[in-house]
Design a binder for this molecule. Sequence first.
Ligand code: C5P
Length: 217
Amino acid sequence: MKSEAKIITIDGPSASGKGALTKALCQFLNYKILDSGLLYRAYAYFYKIRLASDEIKENITNLDIEIKNNELIVMFKGRNLTNDLRSEETAKLASELSALKDTRANLLGIQRALNNEDGLVADGRDMGTVVFPNAGNKFFLNASVEIRAKRRFLELQNRGQEVNMRDLIDDIKQRDLADQSRELSPLLPADDATVIDTSDMSLEEVFSFTKKLIKGN
Ligand code: C5P
């Protein structure tokens, strides 16, 4: 299979630093962004309002996702869905639905269609293993549960959402376990991915480390 140098995959568990690295690389390389977790969250959001799967797919294809002030803003028919999609409630439903074959199959084509000539940085759980197995540059980020919970806590607090640290640690552990042990597309580094533990690294450190390893750009 031909390796696609202009696809960079960044996989890993929640709050491992994937989102920040993905945005930094996109801005540096002028590549397009795919935050696949956001698509799973959108899937959950539309599922919750009881849409049928064809309608969900169509709505997801019509989302308008843009980086503004270093944040991904999701608009749908003029409505800003960002906070709804980033809530812990949506994350839990997204995690449950993401274990189902139909959900993954419905989102596979949508994700692959985002590949383009300008280049793509794809952030998720199975970007390097399933969605873009021929990506030329694959990374898998990890960090301790405590550090990840702290990062998520600050992120949600900045967004004005009140959460309890203990609940957050429990949620993250539960979600990790579900993501790692599911049958379809479990959370795993691809064989050819570089694994990076970001627990004691700043974003700048992760960014410059990754940048040096990227080939063919
Ligand atoms: O990354 P984020 O926390 O936004 O993802 C929400 C949920 O979507 C994850 O907990 C995971 O279950 C699911 N997901 C997935 N495959 C991906 C991206 C996200 O199963 N590629």
